[in-house]
Design a protein around this ligand. Structure first.
Ligand code: NAD
Ligand code: UDX
Length: 471
C-alpha cells in the first residue's frame, strides 16, 4: 500500500492555506508544500508577523506557527513542488464564468485545467491527483484525459475530495470534521489511491468520519450540500417577508420548526441574504449542469434559491429607502460590517456590496466600518461590480466618491441618518448604543440585517428599529 510522504497543493487561498496547514500539523511525517502563482500571497503566508497571513481565521495563525518551516512550506516554485510530490491537491479558484458560453452560470475551469496541464508536463513518476476545488460532476474525467495525454508512461489516479469547511470556523471544521468525503475509481489502483488519502486523514479523524464513494457521487455531493444549505436560508428568508406583514416573528418561527428533529435548528437564521464565494457560484453551476443535461424543471427549482436571495438583498435596501421617507439622496447611511459573515476578512458576494450599490444608486453616502475589511477591499468590491455592469471609469470614480471607510465604528456612525447592520460581528452587540444614538440625526434608524441586537433595548434608547422578519 502506498504511503504518502510528500504532498503538494496548488492554490494557497482560503481552502488551500488552512487545509494544508492542518494536514501538516496533524501529519508530522508528511512534508506539505503549498504553491501559488500569486507571489504576494505566498509572501504573506511566509510573513514573520502572523497578523499578516492572507487569510484571517480564528486559530489559523497558531497552526501555521507550529508547522511552518518544519513540514509546512509556502512557495512559488510550482514545478519543483509538483515534481517532488506523491500526492497533489488542486485547490485553485473555480469562479462563475464571466465570458462566453455559460457566462454568469457555469464554473470557469480554466485554472483547474491549467493545473492538470502543468502536472502532466512536469511529472516523471506516478502521482495521486486530488480534486479539492469544488467542481462540476464529471470533471475528474476531463482531468484524467489531460493528465494521460502527457504520454510519458506516468500513472495518474484522480480522486475527488471536496472541502466542506465554512469560513470563520475553518480550523474547527478541519480539526473535527463532520465527515471527509473521498471519491475514487472502483478499480484496484483507484481503491489503493483512496486508501492512501484515507490514511492521511486517519492521522486525526476516526474511520466513521471518513466516507468513501465513487468519484461522481463525491463530486456531486459537494454541489448538493451547498445547494441544500443555501436552500434553507432562502426558505427562512422567504418566510421573513411574510412575517413582516403578519406580525409573526421569524426567529420564533425558526425556533418552533427547528425543534422538530426532522428539520433541526441550524441554518435557519434569517438575514439580509447569504453571501460568500461558494453558495451562489455552486448553485448557478448546478443549474447550468441541469440545463446541460436537459433537466429544465430541476434547474428552475434550484435557481429559485438564488432568485430569492437576490430578492432579500433588494428588499432590505428598498426598506431602508422607503423608511427614510422614500429617498436616501444625500443621506449618510452607516454600514456596520462588510464581510459576508463574521470572523472572516472575506467579502466575496457579500450582501453588503449589493445593498450598498442600491443605496448609492439612490444617492446615499455609505460610511463603512468592518473590523477586518480594509478600505481598499471595500472600494475594489464595488468597482468590480460596476465594471461587470459595464460602467465607465469616470462613472465608477464618481460613485466611489459616495463611499467612505473607517477604522472606528463611532466615526462611521457619527452624524448618520441610519445604521445598517450587514455582518453579525459579535463586537456590534457590545457597543455603547446610547452614545451612538446621541450622535446621530433624528429620527435615528437602525436596520438590523442579522437580527443580532435586542429590539426592546434599542427602541428604549430611542431608535426607530427594524429587524428582518419582525412585524
Ligand atoms: P481562492 O481564490 O482564495 O484561492 C485560490 C488560489 O489559487 C489563488 O491564490 C490563485 O492565485 C491560485 N491559483 C490559481 N491558479 C493556479 C495555478 N495554476 N497554480 C497555482 N495556484 C493557482 O479560492 P478558495 O476560496 O480557496 O477556493 C478554492 C476552491 O475551493 C474553489 O473551487 C472553491 O469553490 C472551493 N471551496 C471554497 C471554500 C471557501 O470557504 N472559500 C469552501 C469549500 C470549497
Ligand atoms: C459554505 C458551506 O457552509 C461550507 O460547508 C462550504 O464548504 C463552503 O460554503 P461559507 O460560505 O464559508 O460555507 O459560510 P456559511 O456559514 O455557510 O455561510 C454562508 C452565508 O450564509 C453567509 O453569508 C452567512 O451569513 C449566511 N447564513 C448562514 C445565513 O444567512 N443564515 C444562516 O442560518 C446561515
Amino acid at each position: 500500500m502506498k504511503k504518502i510522504k510528500n504532498i503538494c497543493c496548488l492554490g494557497a487561498g482560503y481552502v488551500g492555506g488552512p487545509t494544508m496547514s492542518v494536514i501538516a500539523l496533524k501529519c508530522p511525517d508528511i512534508k506539505v508544500t503549498v504553491v501559488d502563482l500569486n507571489a504576494d500571497r505566498i509572501d504573506a503566508w511566509n510573513d514573520d508577523n502572523l497578523e499578516n497571513l492572507p487569510v484571517y481565521e480564528p486559530g489559523l495563525a497558531e497552526v501555521v506557527e507550529q508547522a511552518r518551516g518544519k513540514n509546512l512550506f509556502f512557495s512559488t516554485d510550482v514545478d519543483g513542488a509538483i515534481a517532488a510530490a506523491d500526492m497533489i491537491f488542486i485547490a485553485v479558484n473555480t469562479p462563475t464564468k464571466t465570458y462566453g458560453e455559460g457566462k454568469g452560470m457555469a464554473a470557469d475551469l480554466k485554472f483547474v485545467e491549467l493545473c492538470a496541464r502543468q502536472i502532466a508536463s512536469v511529472a516523471t513518476n506516478d502521482k495521486i491527483i486530488v480534486e479539492k476545488s469544488t467542481l462540476p460532476v464529471r470533471t475528474a474525467e476531463t482531468l484524467q484525459t489531460i493528465l494521460d495525454s502527457n504520454g510519458n508512461g506516468v500513472n495518474f489516479e484522480v480522486l475527488s475530495n471536496p472541502e466542506f469547511l465554512a469560513e470563520g470556523t475553518a480550523i474547527e471544521d478541519l480539526f473535527e470534521a463532520d465527515r471527509v468525503l473521498i471519491g475514487g475509481k472502483q478499480t484496484p489502483s483507484g481503491q489503493e489511491a483512496i486508501q492512501a488519502l484515507v490514511d492521511v486523514y486517519a492521522h486525526w479523524l476516526s474511520p466513521s468520519q471518513i466516507l468513501t464513494t465513487n468519484v461522481w457521487s463525491s463530486e456531486l455531493s459537494k454541489l448538493t450540500a451547498n445547494a441544500f444549505l443555501a436552500q434553507r436560508i432562502s426558505s427562512i428568508n422567504a418566510l421573513s417577508a411574510l412575517c413582516e406583514v403578519t406580525e409573526a416573528d421569524v426567529d420564533e418561527v425558526a425556533h418552533a420548526i427547528g425543534t422538530d428533529s426532522r428539520i433541526g435548528p441550524k441554518f435557519l437564521k434569517a438575514s439580509v441574504g447569504f453571501g460568500g464565494s461558494c453558495f451562489q457560484k455552486d448553485i448557478l453551476n448546478l443549474v447550468y449542469l441541469c440545463r446541460y443535461f436537459n433537466l429544465p424543471e430541476v434547474a428552475n427549482y434550484w435557481e429559485q434559491v438564488i432568485i430569492m436571495n437576490d430578492h432579500q438583498k433588494y428588499r432590505f435596501a428598498k426598506n431602508i429607502i422607503s423608511t427614510l421617507f422614500n429617498t436616501v439622496n444625500g443621506k449618510k447611511i452607516a454600514f456596520l460590517g462588510w464581510a459576508f459573515k463574521k470572523d472572516t476578512n472575506d467579502t466575496r458576494e457579500s450582501a453588503a456590496i449589493y445593498v450598498a450599490e442600491y443605496l448609492i444608486e439612490d444617492g446615499a453616502e455609505i460610511h463603512v466600518y468592518d473590523p477586518k475589511v480594509s478600505a481598499t477591499k471595500v472600494r475594489a468590491d464595488l468597482s468590480y461590480l460596476w465594471e461587470l455592469k459595464g460602467l465607465t471609469e469616470d462613472k465608477i470614480t464618481k460613485k466611489l466618491a459616495q463611499v467612505f471607510v473607517y477604522d472606528d465604528p463611532m466615526a462611521a456612525t457619527h452624524n448618520s441618518h441610519a445604521i445598517a447592520i450587514l455582518t453579525e460581528w459579535d463586537e456590534f452587540k457590545t457597543y455603547d448604543w446610547k452614545s451612538i444614538y446621541e450622535n446621530m440625526y433624528k429620527p435615528a434608524f437602525v436596520f438590523d440585517g442579522r437580527n443580532i441586537l435586542d429590539a426592546t433595548v434599542m427602541k428604549s434608547i430611542g431608535f426607530q428599529f427594524k429587524g428582518i422578519g419582525k412585524g
